[in-house]
Design a protein around this ligand. Structure first.
Ligand SMILES: C[S@@+](CC[C@H](N)C(=O)[O-])C[C@H]1O[C@@H](n2cnc3c(N)ncnc32)[C@H](O)[C@@H]1O
Length: 258
């Protein structure tokens, strides 16, 4: 299924992504992972970032298709391999702002009912930041995945209180210290996994982003213990010079009896 969400969405992928980044107040050394300096500063780094954005085929394509952000292609490419996002499925999208993954997930699971005769799915996006409303998606903005009441809030919104898929594209604010940023991204994966283990239906799937480094194997081992299959993915839209990687864990195992 080709990526894209055709109807009624604003063609301002750059501005939405930029506004989103500005809200997160990127540090000057953020360039290590995702070069995104505040565009108004127009420092040397900002100029390079702008030039790269203009040349980036995924940015251009996202604008043509009305996607909120080029990151929607990452999910689309990964799902081409995984085949998880099917009509009728319920998805929890963690770190959803500005909304490109939710947008792509909603299209694939038929959350708007646009595919006649196919079962209608459901997408719930969650983020620390507010997210602009999107057709077919429920959002929990201003919500920290690590907060004690998040599980209750999520359960109350998901159909039957459970999801077929939990996706996490969450990223910490980069400090520029590679080892520290790696550990913080793993901590977010840990929080996403803890929520997934109680929210997923039996046999459900989990996808998370992290910045690769010394402790990546520990995350992989935790996933292997809980899921039947685990694989690492680096979609084409993920920049080659970024430490960003994804782990896709499929088939949640039944809990072991004591
Ligand atoms: C790379 S962006 C996600 C982009 C999104 N997948 C899309 O396609 O539009 C990472 C997001 O993770 C969110 N985030 C980071 N820490 C979080 C936390 N503890 N709880 C919820 N969201 C978090 C950030 O606010 C940020 O919006």
């Amino acid at each position: 299924m080709a990526p894209g969400f055709p109807v009624g969405l604003p063609r301002r992928v750059d501005s939405l992504c930029r506004a989103h980044r500005a809200l997160r107040a990127p540090s000057p050394r953020r360039a290590l992972h995702a070069p995104s300096p505040a565009p108004r500063a127009r420092s040397g780094a900002a100029q390079i970032w702008l030039q790269r954005q203009r040349r980036d085929p995924f940015v251009q394509r996202a604008q043509e298709l009305g996607l909120r952000c080029r990151s929607g292609f990452k999910l689309a490419h990964m799902d081409e391999q995984l085949g998880w996002l099917r009509p009728g499925r319920a998805v929890l999208d963690l770190g959803a702002a500005p909304g490109a993954w939710s947008q792509e997930a909603a299209r694939r699971v038929n959350a708007t009912g646009a595919l006649p005769g196919a079962p209608r799915g459901f997408v719930l996006g969650l983020d620390l930041l507010p997210v602009e409303p999107l057709d077919g998606v429920s959002f929990l903005g201003g919500t920290d995945v690590r907060a004690a009441d998040t599980e209750t809030k999520v359960r109350a919104l998901l159909p039957g209180g459970a999801a077929h898929l939990v996706l996490s594209d969450m990223a910490p604010r980069a400090s520029g210290v590679r080892a520290l940023d790696h550990e913080q991204s793993l901590a977010l994966c840990g929080a996403a996994l803890a929520l997934a283990l109680v929210i997923l239906r039996p046999g459900g799937h989990f996808l998370c982003k992290f910045w690769d480094g010394a402790s990546s194997e520990e995350l992989r081992a935790r996933l292997r213990a809980a899921f039947r299959d685990v694989r690492a993915l680096k979609p084409p839209a993920s920049r080659r010079d970024s430490a960003e990687l994804y782990l896709a864990a499929s088939g949640l195992r039944a809990p072991r009896r004591p």
